[in-house]
Design a protein around this ligand. Sequence first.
Ligand SMILES: [Zn+2]
Length: 85
Amino acid sequence: MTPDQTPPTDATHAGMCEPCAAVQQNWRRAPGHAELVQGANRKELRGEKTVTVTRYRCDHCGTVWDYENNKANQHAGWSVVPRRA
Ligand SMILES: [Zn+2]
């Protein structure tokens, strides 16, 4: 008896596979998923502190992710890297 629920047309999730769409973004220590392949690390400055950001790429749908390991920020974590044209 539930009406049809149209999923929100969220540009962030466009073209993503289901496991990618399920990754909780911007939340510290949220898990990724099994098909994310780890890439390079880099250091980025957040205020006065340096954090480590790790690049991942989904083997399934090609979505590129950054994972920021920042103990000082509960809302640092997974974020989608916008595709460049
Ligand atoms: Zn994916």
